[in-house]
Design a binder for this molecule. Structure first.
Ligand SMILES: Cc1cc2nc3c(=O)[nH]c(=O)nc-3n(C[C@H](O)[C@H](O)[C@H](O)COP(=O)(O)OP(=O)(O)OC[C@H]3O[C@@H](n4cnc5c(N)ncnc54)[C@H](O)[C@@H]3O)c2cc1C
Length: 456
């Protein structure tokens, strides 16, 4: 066969492969900044495990790189096309194969949308806990590959904590099953855990057994407005000291409140310079909410007094607060995490660096697990490129990373390294650790065809 695309055309049924420019461009990038724009040679849509095996087998024969793709909502460039690659879309493998209420598990194909599993589980009084803000669009395969986190992770853990078993197509086209159908299981190395978060560089996830949790009977949401951002961050620690474990603890600064006001016509910024949103759940939700209100009010907050519908709407607004930025700004931002005890210090540092560099700052944070999304930005003046402003933004971004690391944090709490954050990985992981990961990659993918240039 002369080339990989010709061979794929003979293997796949009609409608499962495209080479037209519009499709190639649509599947060339995810939602991250583009560092090195490449068009794939072809996009293929697998509909069965056998399709994936056939595609990977053909790519292995031709040495063609493969970029697995779920919904393309990644924000680190993990699904950006690599030079000369085939983009392997899993979006059509979107069946929930089993829902086992007594076992509290579900077996899914990789292209199932996170929200669809939650809808199906809710019928049985269950939920799939990891809820990235993209839960209405991102796939479970993509969530597994990025070890996605979300709002409820403060209480229920990240994706890795909910993955029991995986079906994975390896770089030679063979299929393996890792893990177990039970919550417990310690036989051998934890290969399931290794695949979670590996960003398509070790194998293609074609099936997953996921742990479900009971849907809480009661949910209470508290909105606490603060006169400044640092006191709001201190509220997070105060709740912990009161021994309450909220399901959600989200923090928004004044810049984020202003932005929501502009978009939704709300009046949040007139009510405080920062907002802490807390949700308690379960049979003790009301009692826990009382304690939270008391503790936050003692820390200077103006707190909603009832289990308010408004507070719940605010959580929805928070879920949607990403990806709504207006066009006429220069923006840079990341998803660092710091130990929770350093949250207040880190926010102070962010504010100081924005002032020192003459840029604006807005921050939203999954404060319950110390994961922050700071965005530095400047207004674009007369649509001119302002090289000085760009440089100041870049300096702020780099500094926000190094300060987080100095506090014992990480460069990425949930979005993954992808392509975009490779430049900072060496700051976090020493060379022997990186070399060990290269050797693991080589063991799984000796020819280096699985998502090259990403994650490690
Ligand atoms: C508005 C918005 C909000 C977001 N909020 C959050 C959030 O709260 N928390 C969070 O963690 N992330 C968030 N993200 C980022 C993104 O949604 C997650 O990383 C998500 O898990 C990606 O899923 P996807 O299906 O879009 O995967 P893609 O973007 O298609 O792929 C992501 C990575 O996974 C690999 N991959 C995809 N499917 C497979 C597979 N079956 N086998 C092997 N590798 C695969 C890809 O090669 C790529 O490296 C958000 C993004 C947006 C746009």
């Amino acid at each position: 066969m002369s080339n990989i695309v010709d061979e794929l055309k003979t293997i796949l049924e009609p409608g499962k492969l495209a080479v037209d420019e519009t499709t190639l461009a649509r599947y060339a990038v995810d939602q991250a900044p583009v560092v090195d724009y490449q068009l794939p040679l072809a996009v293929v849509w697998a509909e069965t495990v056998e399709d994936v095996q056939a595609v990977v087998g053909a790519c292995a024969k031709h040495g063609a790189p493969i970029v697995a793709r779920g919904a393309g909502t990644g924000v680190s460039g993990g699904a950006h096309a690599s030079p000369g690659c085939i983009v392997l879309s899993l979006e059509r493998m979107n069946r929930i194969l089993a829902l086992n209420p007594d076992d509290e598990t579900a077996v899914v194909e990789p292209g199932v949308i996170n929200a669809d599993l939650n809808d199906a589980a809710a019928v049985h009084g269950l939920m799939y806990a990891p809820d990235p803000a993209s839960f209405r669009t991102s796939t479970l395969g993509g969530n597994v590959a990025t070890n996605a986190g979300g709002l409820r992770c403060a209480k229920y853990g990240v994706t890795r904590d909910s993955v029991l078993a995986l079906d994975v197509v390896l770089a030679d086209g063979s299929l393996i099953h890792t893990g177990h159908q039970t919550f417990k299981g310690v036989a051998g190395y934890d290969l399931t855990g290794l695949f979670v978060g590996s960003e398509g560089t070790l194998g293609i996830v074609v099936g997953a057994t996921l742990r479900l949790k009971y849907l809480p009977r009661e949910v209470h949401t508290i909105a606490a407005f603060y006169p400044d951002f640092r006191s709001a961050a201190a509220g997070v620690l105060a709740v912990g000291k009161a021994r309450v474990q909220p399901a959600i603890m989200e923090l928004l600064d004044g810049g984020s409140l202003h932005q929501l006001d502009e978009i939704h016509g709300s009046d949040l910024s007139s009510r405080g310079a920062s907002l802490l949103l807390i949700q308690t759940d379960g049979f003790g939700a009301a009692a826990e909410a009382d304690v939270v209100r008391e503790v936050l009010a003692a820390g200077g907050a103006t707190v909603t007094t009832e289990a308010s519908a408004e507070a719940e709407q605010l959580v929805e607004l928070r879920r949607n607060s990403r990806g709504v930025e207006v066009d006429d700004e220069y923006r840079v931002g990341e998803d660092v995490a710091v130990p929770r005890s350093r949250l207040v210090d880190y926010i102070g540092e962010l504010e100081a660096m924005a002032v020192a560099h003459g840029v604006q700052l807005k921050v939203v944070a999954h404060a319950g697990d110390g994961n922050l999304h700071p965005t530095f930005w400047v207004d674009r003046v007369d649509h001119q490129v302002d090289a000085d402003a760009m440089q100041r933004l870049g300096e702020c971004l780099d500094r926000s990373i190094t300060v987080a690391l100095a506090m014992g944090g990480t460069i990425t709490g949930e979005h993954g390294i992808g392509q975009y954050k490779l430049r900072w990985l060496g700051l976090e992981q020493p060379e022997p650790v990186r070399e060990l990961q290269r050797r693991i990659k080589h063991l799984f993918d000796p020819a280096g065809i699985l998502n090259p240039g990403k994650a490690i």
